[in-house]
Design a protein. Structure first.
Length: 327
């Protein structure tokens, strides 16, 4: 909507948001700990990464730990710039009060080794024009962090969030309410279909996994050279680097290695709260999936689960794990 003078308030806000591009989000940041073997070990155990490159003499840190060495923990960083907080507050005042992380990109230039002292600088790289998404309308904000080890650029981390105004459920429900008042029978006959679950991304690296799911088989990759099992599917072995592989069919038995209970943000195709588990299969690899069969607040670490295939709509079936009978 434009004002009487013809100026679109959204355009005026965007000009103010654009002014934050290039401003620092952190200056001269210092990692709270040097790169160290215990943190590398904990990371590898959590990720199930058994590569020999990350242990023993001459070990390096997994590249994907790049951001881990810059995190401020609960106490935060004292060298954080106020520009990012100002930008966030401006978006809040403009009605974009919700936030969701959308994606990150990392570039690795140099391995990180135990003992490396980490420093970093971050900048607000870009703010998008107003975008409309299924969650609501808002702006994407991208920050870029340059991470240095002993003063040498080691990698770059880009992190993108969406600051948005949630789509009004009341507005969505109003047409149905009016229809209910005018024609109850017609409303029942034409009940709104349940929104579809998001489609999984199927590509050349994981197409075989989804073909297995379609046949009610949970397939795990196995390196054809060193026989290491791996999941999720990858183009190469994370133990020896070999690109050759075959598959084994998982038995379907597993235990809950870790889990979270999803409350927010709500998505139209889901009914929160619900449990999402990191399941350790009997074969030793881990995968993320829903835990069903017990109330979400009864899921526990170490709980035995069994594979099932859940049909969520006419086109999509997913592997899930049942932890018992419904109460």
């Amino acid at each position: 909507m434009s004002d009487p003078q013809g100026e679109d308030p959204h355009d005026a806000l965007y000009e103010r948001l654009k002014a934050y591009e290039g401003r620092p989000a952190a200056v001269g940041g210092t990692g709270k700990d040097p790169v160290n073997e215990p943190m590398i070990r904990h990371w590898c155990e959590a990720m199930g990464d058994t590569s020999p490159a990350y242990r023993g003499p001459g070990a390096v840190a997994p590249p994907t730990m790049l951001q881990a060495w810059t995190m401020g923990g609960l106490s935060g960083h004292s060298d954080r710039s106020g520009a990012y907080d100002e930008l966030s507050a401006l978006l809040d005042r403009s009605g974009y009060t919700s936030v969701v992380a959308t994606d990150c990109e990392q570039e690795y230039l140099r391995p990180l080794r135990p003992g490396d002292a980490i420093t970093f600088d971050a900048v607000i790289e870009s703010v998008s024009p107003r975008k409309t998404t299924k969650l609501g309308t808002g702006h994407f904000v991208t920050t870029r962090m340059d991470v240095r080890a002993a003063g040498e650029l080691a990698g770059t981390h880009r992190f993108r969030i969406l600051k948005y105004a949630p789509a009004a459920r009341e507005a969505e429900a109003a047409p149905a309410a009016r229809e209910a008042e005018a024609a109850p029978a017609a409303r029942e006959a034409k009940a709104a279909p349940r929104p579809r679950r998001p489609r999984p991304v199927v590509n050349r690296d994981n197409a075989g996994f989804w073909e297995g799911v379609a046949g009610h088989r949970l397939l795990v990759q196995r390196c054809a050279d060193c026989a290491t099992l791996r999941f999720p599917w990858l183009p190469g072995c994370n133990a020896c680097g070999s690109p050759r592989w075959d598959t084994v069919e998982a038995s379907g038995e597993g235990t809950v290695y870790s889990y979270v209970v999803m409350h927010h943000p709500p998505f139209p195709a889901f009914d929160p709260p619900y449990a999402v588990g990191l399941i350790e299969l009997a074969e030793g690899v881990r995968m993320v999936s829903n835990v069903i069969g017990v109330p979400y607040d009864k899921v526990r670490i170490g709980m035995p689960v069994r594979l099932e295939f859940l049909r969520v709509d006419d086109e999509l079936e997913l592997p899930v794990f049942r932890a018992g009978d419904e109460d």
